[in-house]
Write a protein that binds this ligand. Structure first.
Ligand SMILES: [Zn+2]
Ligand SMILES: [Zn+2]
Length: 348
C-alpha cells in the first residue's frame, strides 16, 4: 500500500479537508499513476454533498484525472512508465456482459465501478477519486493522452468531453446536421467545440446572451437566449439533435418543439427532480427524448484522439488544492469559464 495526500469530504455538510488515503499495491494488471491535474465536475459536488444518495465518508472525489505512469504490473501491455495517461468516470466493469463486450462499459449490466464512491471490484474498498497525488487503476481503464494536448487543460475531456462526444457521435452529428446545445457551462462549452469540429451547424441556447462572444469563439454558428420567448418560435422544428447539459428543471415541451421529424433531445445534465414530458410534444414529429452517460473506454480514447487531431482542449482555470472549496461555490454560481482544474502538485 502507498499513502498519498488527498482532499476529502469528511461529511455531506462540511468543506473538503487535506488528508491522506491508501492506494492499493500495483497488481499484475494495474498501473500506478502520479496525478498531475484533476478537473472539478459538478457531479463531484452532488456526490460529496449526498445529493445523489448516501455515501461513505471520508470521500475523495474527482473523475477527470491525468498524470504520468510511475509503475506497471507484470502483465501490463498497454502503458509503460513515463506515459501520459488519463482516467475518467469509471475504473472497472465486469468485462463479460454484452455491453462490456461491445465497448459500452459505462452501461455494464453489473454496473460499472465509478472512479469514486463505488465499491472497487479489485479489493472491496470504496473507490477514492482524483483529488489526490496518485491512483492505481487496472490498465483497461487507463487512456492514452496524446502529446499535443496541453496537459494542464486536458483533464475535463475525461468527463465533460466524453459525455458530450458520445451522444454527438451516437446520433450522427456531422456535416448537414443541425445541433443545439442547451447551456454554456462545463459540458456545454465542450459540446460546442466538439460539435463544431464534427462539421455540424451549432446553435447555443443559453439563458442570456452574456456568453455569446465565447460561444461564437468556441465554434457556435448561432446563439440564442432562452429567456426570450421569440427564440422558441424562431427555432421551431429546426434541429436534428439537442444536447441538454443543464441540470435544472427546464420546460421540456418548449425544447422538444425545436426538433425536426425524428429529431432527438438527449439529456446529459441530470436534475434531481423529474422532468415532465407531454407525450404530444413527441408524437406528431416522431421525436425522441433520450439520455446518455459518458462513453465506453474505446470511445473515450477515440474522443481524445479526435480532440488531438482538432486541437481541442477545454477552457479551464487552474487552481491550487486549497481553493477547492471556493471553486465549488463558484461552480454552483456558474462563475467559471468553463472548468476548474486542480494542479495536483499542490496536494503535496
Ligand atoms: Zn463528471
Ligand atoms: Zn459488464
Amino acid at each position: 500500500m502507498r499513502t498519498v495526500n488527498a482532499y476529502a469530504a469528511p461529511a455531506a455538510t462540511e468543506p473538503l479537508i487535506k488528508t491522506t488515503i491508501e492506494r492499493r499495491d500495483v497488481g499484475p494488471k494495474d498501473i500506478m499513476i502520479d496525478i498531475a491535474y484533476a478537473g472539478i465536475c459538478h457531479s463531484d459536488i452532488h456526490t460529496v454533498r449526498g445529493e445523489w444518495g448516501q455515501i461513505a465518508y471520508p470521500q475523495v472525489v474527482g473523475h477527470e484525472i491525468v498524470g504520468y505512469v510511475t509503475e506497471v504490473g507484470s502483465e501490463v501491455t498497454k502503458h509503460k512508465v513515463g506515459d501520459r495517461v488519463g482516467v475518467g468516470c469509471m475504473v472497472n466493469s465486469c468485462g463479460e456482459c454484452e455491453y462490456c463486450l461491445r465497448g459500452d462499459e459505462q452501461y455494464c449490466a453489473e454496473g460499472n465501478v465509478g472512479t469514486y464512491a463505488s465499491v472497487d471490484s479489485a479489493d472491496g474498498t470504496v473507490t477514492q477519486g482524483g483529488y489526490s497525488q496518485a491512483v492505481v487503476v487496472t490498465e483497461d481503464f487507463v487512456l492514452r493522452v496524446p502529446e499535443n494536448l496541453d496537459f494542464s487543460k486536458v483533464a475535463p475531456l475525461l468527463c465533460a468531453g466524453i459525455t458530450t462526444y458520445s451522444p454527438l457521435r451516437h446520433w450522427g452529428a456531422g456535416p448537414g446536421t443541425k445541433v443545439a446545445v442547451v447551456g454554456m457551462g462545463g459540458l456545454g462549452h465542450m459540446a460546442v467545440k466538439i460539435a463544431h469540429a464534427m462539421g455540424t451547424e451549432v446553435t447555443v441556447l443559453s439563458q442570456t446572451m452574456s456568453k455569446e462572444e465565447d460561444g461564437r469563439r468556441l465554434g457556435a454558428d448561432n446563439y440564442y437566449a432562452t429567456s426570450d420567448a421569440d427564440t422558441f418560435t424562431t427555432l421551431a422544428n429546426s434541429f436534428d439533435l439537442i444536447i441538454n447539459t443543464v441540470s435544472a428543471k427546464l420546460d421540456m415541451g418548449a425544447y422538444l418543439g425545436l426538433l425536426r421529424v425524428d429529431g432527438t433531445l438527449v439529456n446529459v445534465g441530470a436534475p434531481a427532480e423529474p422532468l415532465p414530458v407531454q407525450v404530444f410534444s413527441l408524437i406528431p414529429f416522431r421525436r425522441n427524448f433520450a439520455g446518455s452517460a459518458i462513453g465506453g473506454i474505446r470511445e473515450t480514447q477515440e474522443m481524445l484522439d479526435f480532440c488531438a487531431e482538432h486541437g481541442i482542449v477545454p477552457e479551464t482555470e487552474l487552481i491550487s488544492a486549497d481553493s477547492i472549496n471556493d471553486a465549488y461555490e463558484r461552480v454552483l454560481k456558474s462563475d467559471v469559464r468553463y472548468r476548474f482544474v486542480i494542479d495536483a502538485a499542490t496536494f503535496a
